[in-house]
Design a protein around this ligand. Structure first.
Ligand SMILES: CC(C)(COP(=O)(O)OP(=O)(O)OC[C@H]1O[C@@H](n2cnc3c(N)ncnc32)[C@H](O)[C@@H]1OP(=O)(O)O)[C@@H](O)C(=O)NCCC(=O)NCCS
Length: 223
């Protein structure tokens, strides 16, 4: 029998800093994709074109105009990076602020798991009752450290959470993911999740860049 290169176990308080660091780096990876999404918006392209015309009018030459436009693009990159950091902070202030209280409560069907490889924390997943969909449980904080991906770890973590849900007679598990987290979509489909709905995240910034969130659902059969 082949020995697993990782162990999945329940969260311990000593994992706190590593869990938060893994969440922050995993989330932060999508910053570039959000910037590209921003640049794809017609209104952004129209504004950039308008600025180029304005710079050409002001400088009367292409080189300084292109340099100014590059400056605008750089500022845009910093703005996206700043907003992204705010998004990461939001998660750190929610359930990840006090992981034990959020997930390891004996009176609640919820849990937080971590995957370890040679004593190093390399993956996480969590399950708790879904606030926006009463009666359903939500799979959250799915993240695998770079360098440990494409080896089935996320699948194993999700299956651990789904088996826990089945043992506790949970019938419906949902999760939310976004248009920029495309790596994860294939994983959810292959686990048996189906896309239930999609919507634009309810915030002004999200609306401006057409930031679509997908809700996936998984029905657990009782047999
Ligand atoms: C998404 C993520 C968790 C996948 O972790 P992983 O350990 O590489 O996933 P697995 O190895 O278990 O792959 C499971 C399936 O997803 C698919 N998959 C994984 N990464 C993929 C990628 N980059 N592109 C396409 N498919 C991918 C694999 O094909 C695999 O299916 P298979 O078993 O049929 O081959 C990882 O990329 C990650 O942590 N990303 C950053 C955080 C994040 O975006 N989390 C999702 C929040 S919604």
């Amino acid at each position: 029998m082949c020995e697993m290169w990782y162990q999945i176990r329940e969260y311990r308080d000593t994992d706190y800093a590593s869990v938060r660091e893994l969440y922050s780096t995993g989330f932060g990876e999508h910053e570039g994709a959000v910037y590209v999404l921003t640049l794809k918006q017609h209104w952004v392209q129209t504004v950039l074109l308008g600025l180029l015309v304005l710079f050409l009018f002001l400088f009367g030459s292409l080189l300084p105009s292109v340099m100014c436009l590059s400056g605008v693009l750089l500022i845009g990159r910093f703005v996206v990076a700043y907003l992204f950091k705010q998004g990461v902070q939001l998660g750190l202030r929610e359930d990840l602020q006090d992981i034990r209280t959020s997930y390891m409560h004996p009176d609640q069907i919820s849990c937080f798991w971590v995957a370890e490889s040679k004593g190093f924390l390399v993956g996480t997943v969590a399950l708790l009752p879904c606030v926006t969909d009463p009666g359903a449980w939500e799979l959250k904080r799915i993240s695998v450290r770079k360098g440990f991906r494409h080896r089935g770890l996320a699948r194993a973590l999700c299956q651990t959470a789904l088996q826990f849900a089945a043992r506790h007679k949970v019938e419906r598990v949902v999760l939310f993911t976004s248009v920029v987290q495309s790596d994860a979509h294939k994983l959810y489909h292959s686990l048996g999740f189906h896309k239930e709905k999609e919507f634009i995240w309810p915030s002004l910034c999200a609306r401006l860049i057409n930031f679509i969130v997908f809700k996936y659902a998984y029905e657990i059969r009782s047999d």
